[in-house]
Design a protein around this ligand. Structure first.
Ligand SMILES: CC(C)(COP(=O)(O)OP(=O)(O)OC[C@H]1O[C@@H](n2cnc3c(N)ncnc32)[C@H](O)[C@@H]1OP(=O)(O)O)[C@@H](O)C(=O)NCCC(=O)NCCS
Length: 305
C-alpha cells in the first residue's frame, strides 16, 4: 500500500510537508495534499474499514473535490476530503484512518488541516458513530440523519403519476435545469457535481406538462448501483422517480441514501431495500437556507451530500 517513498518525499518538498507528532502513541505522520497517485492506497484503506467504494468511486469524488492524506513513512494511513460549493458551503467526508493506528491523532490532524483551509461559513458532514466524538470536539452539531438502504428489490412498485406528468430519460438539454433544481433543494449550485454525474450515470426526469419538476440519477457504485440524487417537489414525485429505477432493474443490488425526514424509508423497506445503517448529519457554522419548492429525497453519496 502507498506510493513509493521517493514519490512521497518529492511531494513533501513540493507541497510543504506538515509534519505532525501525535502525543500517544508516538506515531509520526505527514499530511499531504491528495493526488490521483494516492487513490489505489486510499481504496485499499477504505476496504480495510469495510466501505464498499471501488477505485472508480474514489476517482469520482476526487474529480469534483480535494483531499488530504496522512503518510507514516511511505504507508498511506489516513484520508479526508472536502467539496466546496460556491462561497457558502463545504462538505467534508471520506475520513478514514488505518485501523491499526487509530486513536493516534491522525483523524484530528486531517480534520484540522481541512478546517484551516476552508473559508466557507458553513461546513457539513455525515458522521458515523466512530467519527461523531471527534466532530463534536471540533464544534460540529447534529442537525439530521441519513438512512442507508440497500438490497436487491424484486417487487416493481406501481406509483401512479398525476395527470400531465410523465417520466422520461434525461436529454442533452436538461443539465441546466437539473443544476437549478438541485440548487433550490440543496441551497448551492453544484455544476461540477451534476456534470460529473451526467458523465458517470443515467438520469430520468419527472416532467409536468413540459416543465421538469424532478430527477433521479442511477449509476454504478460500490457493490452494485446507487440511486441518487433524487430531487422532487414532494414524496409522490420522489417515489415515482425511485420506482422507475427499481422497476427497471429488478433483482439488481442497489443502494439509496435518504434524509431521515424524506418519508421514504418505510416504503423502501417494503420494497426490499433494507435500512442497513444511518449517519448523523452535522454542521459547523451558519445554517444553510431552507429549501423551498424542491427537496432532496436521495443524496449523491454520504460524502458529497
Ligand atoms: C473516525 C476516525 C477517522 C478517527 O480517526 P483517529 O485517527 O482514530 O482519531 P484521533 O486519534 O484523531 O481521535 C480524536 C478523538 O476522537 C475521539 N475518538 C476517536 N475514535 C473514537 C472512537 N472509536 N470512539 C470514541 N471516540 C473516538 C476521541 O475523543 C479522540 O481523542 P482521544 O484519543 O484523545 O480521546 C477513525 O476511527 C476511522 O477511520 N473510523 C472508521 C471510518 C469512519 O467511520 N470514519 C468516519 C467517517 S464520518
Amino acid at each position: 500500500m502507498g506510493t513509493s517513498r521517493q514519490n512521497h518525499d518529492a511531494r513533501c518538498m513540493d507541497q510543504g510537508k506538515q509534519s505532525v507528532s501525535a502525543p500517544q502513541p508516538a506515531t509520526r505522520f505527514d499530511v499531504l495534499k491528495m493526488t490521483t497517485a494516492d487513490l489505489a492506497a486510499a481504496h485499499a484503506l477504505s476496504r480495510e474499514v469495510n466501505w464498499p467504494h471501488r477505485l472508480e468511486d474514489w476517482q469520482f469524488v476526487l474529480s469534483v473535490g480535494e483531499g488530504l492524506v496522512a503518510y507514516s513513512d511511505d504507508r498511506l494511513v489516513g484520508t479526508a476530503m472536502w467539496w466546496t460549493y460556491e462561497q457558502d458551503i463545504a462538505r467534508l467526508g471520506m475520513v478514514i484512518v488505518d485501523p491499526t493506528i487509530q486513536r493516534s491523532g491522525i483523524g484530528r490532524a486531517l480534520m484540522l488541516g481541512i478546517l484551516d483551509r476552508l473559508t466557507t461559513p458553513t461546513v457539513i458532514l455525515n458522521a458515523t458513530k466512530a467519527g461523531e466524538t471527534l466532530y463534536r470536539q471540533l464544534d460540529f452539531q447534529g442537525i439530521g440523519s441519513i438512512i442507508q438502504h440497500q438490497g436487491a428489490s424484486f417487487s416493481a412498485p406501481l406509483v401512479p403519476l398525476r395527470a400531465g406528468e410523465r417520466i422520461r430519460p434525461m436529454g442533452r438539454n436538461d443539465a441546466a435545469r437539473l443544476i437549478e433544481l438541485d440548487a433550490i433543494a440543496s441551497g448551492v449550485r453544484r455544476e461540477g457535481v451534476i456534470a460529473a454525474l451526467i458523465e458517470n450515470g443515467e438520469a430520468v426526469v419527472l416532467d409536468d406538462g413540459g416543465e421538469s419538476v424532478g430527477f433521479a440519477f442511477y449509476r454504478r457504485f460500490g457493490r452494485g448501483h446507487s440511486i441518487g440524487p433524487v430531487i422532487a417537489r414532494d414524496t409522490a414525485g420522489a417515489k415515482a422517480l425511485v420506482a422507475h429505477w427499481i422497476g427497471s432493474n429488478a433483482g439488481m443490488f442497489m443502494r439509496i441514501d435518504v434524509p431521515g425526514e424524506s418519508g421514504l424509508s418505510d416504503w423502501l423497506e417494503e420494497l426490499g431495500l433494507a435500512r442497513t445503517s444511518h449517519v448523523i448529519t452535522m454542521i459547523r457554522g451558519a445554517m444553510p437556507k431552507p429549501s423551498s419548492g424542491f427537496h432532496t429525497f436521495g443524496i449523491v453519496n454520504q460524502a458529497l451530500g
